[in-house]
Design a protein around this ligand. Structure first.
Ligand SMILES: Nc1ncnc2c1ncn2[C@@H]1O[C@H](COP(=O)(O)OP(=O)(O)OP(=O)(O)O)[C@@H](O)[C@H]1O
Length: 383
């Protein structure tokens, strides 16, 4: 769980320090006040990049050379680990875990798994397969420990093989050697994906049944990226001629896909925008559950931007109830201070409220269950 985050020079947040973070944190404030930027900063601490901008440059506060996020996480109430990320305008990144530099993001993300739900989330259903592969691999990475090494090996092999395929004079022996290694890495990686998918599916059905019971019969199918009746080595052999013609590897885990259907029809073409968002919420909640099944001390942080958009009050409440039942840490934005607090299950500990105004973030205490959330003035008087 993220217990502290210090944010410097991310968009309109010059210096924001949030300490003693609880499990459910609601950030409320007017449009453009900086709520999403706080979520972006937490995302940066996990993945060293924003979820809404492809370059670090646009995230860094205008006129500054770099941005920094520092955080502390504790797993199962145990020892606290410090995480730090600094990004420069040039794109350079400096990452630290427990005070030591780490070379790649996997070190960070293993300490602080984050999942985003925002207005673009429906893209997971309607967008390109790459989005669904990223979704799948996020989960596989956290649950299957041999996955990352297999994935790195696979990336190296496919890059090499594609380079060879594009050469004018093809050296068959070299190509065969890389094809052999690619087949091994691809099989290993796909085995991890299969195992994870098998765990995910029943959990997804359970959550979806609670969030969108009215939506028909939902089904998930995993396509591994080549003819499932063949081994990957056999599939590569069968596609070698066309790979040579076109200069790249046609089959393999790089073409894997998750198909989501409702009553046998494509979910992307059938569901309403709100239903799509709910199915995406069910998929992401299922990932949180599978992660927890794997390691009870591990919870992921959900970064949720503007949950009520596209959802009616009843469905918003159901999502809040599922987030509470999962016990994950949640950072959630809204405009009005009681918009989420009023939706959170009354029996649960009330969410912690943070008012965001022109790049300043102020802790204003906890929402009062069953009553309108406290005003800022009230909580200042309490302090
Ligand atoms: N690189 C930057 N440097 C300084 N300010 C920026 C930069 N990029 C964006 N901003 C400003 O930062 C502010 C924060 O935007 P943010 O998206 O976090 O607001 P928000 O509270 O989530 O708003 P909304 O409710 O409209 O979604 C905006 O006013 C925006 O104009």
């Amino acid at each position: 769980m993220l217990t502290r985050v210090d944010i410097y020079n991310i968009r309109n947040l010059e210096a924001v320090r949030l300490h003693d973070l609880g499990r459910v944190c609601v950030l409320f404030g007017e449009n453009g006040s900086g709520k999403t930027s706080v979520l972006e900063a937490i995302h940066m601490l996990s993945l060293a990049r924003s979820f809404r901008a492809s370059s670090a440059r646009s995230v860094i506060r205008h006129g500054e050379s770099h941005c920094t996020v520092y955080g502390e996480v504790s797993h199962g109430g145990g020892a606290v680990r410090a995480l730090g990320v600094q990004r420069e305008r040039s794109g350079m990144a400096m990452l630290k875990v427990a005070g030591r530099p780490v070379r790649n993001v996997s070190g960070l993300v293993a300490e602080l798994p984050v999942l985003v739900i925002n207005a673009d989330s429906f893209q997971l259903l309607v967008g390109a397969p790459a989005a669904r592969r990223r979704f799948l691999d996020w989960g596989v990475f956290h649950v299957e420990h041999e996955f990352f090494a297999a994935w790195q090996r696979f990336q190296r092999c496919i890059k090499q093989r594609n380079t060879l395929l594009r050469r004018d004079k093809l050296q068959t022996e070299e190509l065969d050697a890389w094809t052999h290694d690619l087949a091994l890495a691809g099989e290993r990686l796909t085995m991890c994906r299969h195992r994870y998918f098998e765990q995910l599916v029943p959990v997804f059905h359970e959550v979806a049944e609670k969030l969108v019971p009215e939506c028909g019969s939902l089904a998930l199918r995993f396509r591994q990226g080549w003819d499932a009746t063949l081994s990957y080595a056999e599939a590569l052999k069968a596609s070698t001629a066309s790979d040579r013609d076109q200069g790249y590897t046609h089959v393999g885990p790089q073409r894997a896909e998750i198909i989501v259907t409702v009553d046998g029809h494509s979910a992307a073409d059938t569901l309403s925008r709100g239903q799509q968002k709910l199915v995406v919420c069910a998929l992401k909640l299922a990932q949180g559950y599978v992660l927890k099944q794997q390691d009870r001390s591990m919870t992921c942080a959900y970064l949720i931007d503007d949950l009520p958009s596209e959802l009616d009050a009843g469905h918003t409440r159901r999502v809040c109830a599922q987030l509470e039942a999962l016990g994950a840490q949640v950072f959630i934005t809204c405009i009005a201070e009681d918009a989420i607090a009023g939706m959170w299950p009354a029996a649960a500990a009330p969410p912690q409220l943070f008012h965001v105004e022109q790049g300043q973030v102020t802790s204003v205490g906890r929402a009062n269950p069953g009553a309108p959330a406290p005003s800022i003035a009230d909580s200042e008087n309490d302090a």
